[in-house]
Design a binder for this molecule. Structure first.
Ligand code: ADP
Ligand code: ZN
Length: 732
């Protein structure tokens, strides 16, 4: 009878307070366990509904539940949500005023709060401890409990003290620990550290059957990214990058390519961050580009894709981040652009950390590399990592990972592995993949010569395969544990004990053929390639040039004002046939499309038809340029009619450089209105003379202009300024 009442009460609270009709998964069992005053350990994937597991018991039980949570933003979010549900909750952390702290403490002591969120570092403060001793604590919830373990991906030393402090407050406070990621080792750590070995563990399956996992090589990544997002137009997505700088850059890149995107990272002003997050939730923007700071605690059920622009630092992180896709159970595409070089960068970044931290980070990175490069079912690998067995067959049936969709070919790698290990040993275990590959292939480069490695037994023994092949072998045998990376010397490969045993008694090992993620070149080099070097269609180019001439004549403008040559090149390469396509051509802004675009589009359409050309659905990446921030700043300043000298000064650049920037901005199709400046410093006669000159000139060359005009007392700067005005007015 009592049980029945209890069950009804739970459901009633669920409905009345939280507005849900049913519990999900293990929620009900978990809540009953908490209500019974027992220790509880919850492992549930992101989005499965962990918060309710402590929020609902907190509402029902007498006293105040203490919730320990690592992130202030996350606390605030939850408290806003709870207060909206009329549940009294507050947080204690370093951002509060003395006055607020006193008020909150009073409310706790008066039993007015159901939940008190607190950051671990605030929990350890003495006055908080003594205050909590007087409070009626119903239970303690420890969110993101994996932070306890050094082997987790987000270790926080303060977390290891939580148990001690709870015990000091009252030695029988029941604990509920919750996490979305925990390998078997981390699970054990959590139980031991919190002394909840007796706890009932509620582990949900980590399988997210609606998520599709795919890893792509990081070649032409910008182009791939834009293409993917355009193909998924109208859907919400998150793009994760490792650095703030990259976040800004990628957000910019998407914006100039007509994708509504905004950045999100810890370096942004919190008002901006909140706005960008809200815009994403309200679908004012489609894509949020973020560091990992984004996503904890935000709940948007219909995120349709999560893209890792850079490989994440750990599989746990990857799993959590991809977990933000498809929370509603519908489509969720998880794509990672992988390059081994990115992982090396992370390692370099860790160089100054303590040995244990580095060691730990390296383990995570190795796992990441192994995951990305392996051609095993992704789902199986992920679940295995979290200690769950999974039958690949299932993934194969629904085809929900790239490895299952496109099974890789493997080859017998024993003999190659032997050679690879020998090469490392014979060169003294002091070199990296590149050199080992050269030695194996018998390349007489400078290093080989100076170290006399051409005299080694292995030299040239692998000369029937290329560099890519050998790097693949070396990486694969590293991932399989035969070679290991030297932590003190980045990039150096040593032979592991396992490798030495293997050499004594080789056994069969399989090396996967498929994933060739080695691009060698840096991302920026790769970008350069695809932006401008494609050969153009000469015939079309001439047609376009003729049209330009005609348009220019009709409008009474010089041809270069209509489109500059590089823009014609690009049109003759990419065959834009819509206004949108045309606007994507470098140097062509919306203004130019409206003013001059139509005849060009028509000509290109006709040309394509006549010649039966099928334009590759190539994406042209509009670049923001290296100094996009500077550009934006300048454009904003000009909008505010700030004197050019002042702008140059505030950027610490010369006036000449500023003019260069303005020219770049203007040539790439953006309208700049500098009339306020010109009107102030140029008299009417001067304006008119220069204007007339450009109107009739063959080209916009300043040199040529100087030849004609310098005798009349005009300075180069004057001409450049007027040219900017001219091009902006008539061209953009
Ligand atoms: P987690 O902390 O596990 O990532 P949350 O606690 O944030 O997940 O919950 C994810 C989403 O599921 C939230 O929008 C929450 O309101 C919703 N939710 C939780 N429990 C239920 C339920 N029983 N019925 C419907 N929605 C629920
Ligand atoms: Zn699979």
């Amino acid at each position: 009878m009592r049980l029945l009442i209890e069950v009804e009460k739970l459901r009633a609270t669920l409905k009345e307070v939280f507005g849900y009709d049913q519990f999900r998964g293990n929620q009900e069992a978990i809540i009953k366990n908490v209500l019974a005053g027992k220790n509880t350990f919850v492992i549930m994937p992101t989005g499965a509904g962990k918060s309710l597991c402590y929020q609902l018991p907190a509402v029902i039980m007498e006293g105040t539940a203490v919730v320990i949570s690592p992130l202030i933003a996350l606390m605030k979010n939850q408290i806003d949500q709870l207060n909206a549900l009329n549940v009294r909750a507050e947080f204690l952390n370093s951002t509060l005023s003395k006055k607020d702290i006193n008020r909150i403490k009073k409310e706790v002591l008066n039993d007015e709060l159901k939940l008190l969120y607190i950051a671990p570092e605030s929990l350890t403060k003495l006055d908080n401890i003594s205050f909590l001793k007087k409070a009626n604590v119903s239970f303690a919830a420890i969110d993101e409990a994996h932070c306890i373990s050094e082997w987790g991906h987000d270790f926080r030393p303060e977390y290891r003290r939580i148990k001690l402090i709870l015990a000091e407050i009252r030695d029988d406070i029941p604990v509920i620990a919750l996490t979305a990621t925990a390998t078997p080792k981390v699970q054990l750590d959590i139980k031991k550290n919190l002394k909840i070995e007796d706890s009932v563990i509620f582990k949900s399956s980590f399988n997210r059957p609606n998520l599709y996992y795919e890893i792509r090589p990081k070649d032409n990544v910008k182009k791939q990214l834009i293409k993917f997002i355009k193909e998924n137009k109208g859907k919400s997505g998150i793009v994760y990058c490792l650095s703030r700088k990259k976040v800004e850059e990628v957000a910019q890149l998407l914006n100039v390519n007509d994708i509504k995107a905004a950045p999100y990272h810890a370096g942004l002003d919190s008002a901006v961050r909140d706005k960008n997050q809200d815009d994403f939730l309200n679908e004012e923007i489609e894509v949020i580009v973020a560091t990992i700071a984004f996503g904890m605690g935000i709940d948007k059920p219909d995120v349709r894709f999560v893209i890792h622009y850079d490989a994440p630092k750990s599989l746990e992180g990857y799993y959590q981040e991809t977990g933000r896709a498809g929370r509603d159970g519908l489509e969720g595409n998880c794509i990672m652009y992988y390059s081994y070089n990115d992982l090396l960068k992370i390692e370099k970044f860790n160089k100054d950390k303590s040995v244990t931290e580095r060691e730990n980070a390296r383990v995570h990175i190795d796992e990441m590399a192994a995951y990305a490069e392996s051609s095993e079912c992704r789902r199986r690998q992920l679940l295995h990592y979290f200690g769950e067995e999974f039958d690949t067959h299932e993934c194969g049936v629904t085809m929900w990972c790239d490895s299952c969709r496109y099974p890789a070919e493997k080859f017998e790698g024993m003999d190659f592995a032997v050679l690879g290990i020998k090469a490392a040993l014979q060169t003294g275990e002091r070199f990296g993949m590149g050199h080992l590959s050269h030695v194996l292939r018998g390349i007489h480069d400078q290093y080989v010569k100076s170290y006399k490695h051409d005299q080694l037994d292995v030299f040239g023994q692998g000369d029937d395969h290329d560099d890519d092949f050998w790097k693949n072998v070396l990486r694969s045998i590293t991932i399989q544990g035969l070679l290991e990376k030297d932590i003190n010397n980045i990039g150096v490969l040593k032979v592991s004990p396992k490798g030495k045993r293997f050499l004594e008694k080789p056994f069969s090992i399989l090396i996967s053929k498929k994933h060739d993620f080695e691009t060698g070149e840096s991302e920026d080099e790769a970008d350069k390639d695809n932006i401008s070097t494609a050969p153009y269609d000469e015939e079309l180019y001439h047609i376009l040039k003729a049209i330009r001439k005609k348009v220019a004549k009709d409008k009474g403008l010089p041809p270069y004002v209509v489109f500059q040559d590089p823009s014609l090149d690009e049109m003759a390469t990419t065959y834009p046939t819509t206004r949108d396509d045309l606007a994507r051509v470098n140097g062509v802004g919306r203004g130019k499309v409206e003013k001059f675009g139509q005849p060009f589009i028509e000509a290109i359409k006709k040309y394509i038809e006549d010649n039966e050309i099928t334009p590759a659905s190539e994406v042209v990446v509009k670049t923001t340029g290296d100094k996009s921030k500077q550009k934006i700043f300048i454009i904003q300043q000009i909008d505010r009619k700030i004197d050019l000298e002042e702008i140059a000064e505030s950027r610490s650049i010369s006036f000449n450089d500023l003019l260069g920037e303005l020219e770049m901005i203007c040539f790439s199709g953006t309208k700049l209105n500098i009339d306020y400046y010109i009107d102030r410093y140029f008299d009417e006669q001067k304006r008119e003379n220069i204007h007339n000159y450009f109107m009739n000139a063959e080209s916009d060359s300043i040199e040529v202009a100087m030849d004609v005009l310098s005798d009349h007392g005009y300075e180069e700067e004057d001409l450049r300024l007027m040219r900017i005005k001219f091009l902006s007015e008539f061209g953009n």
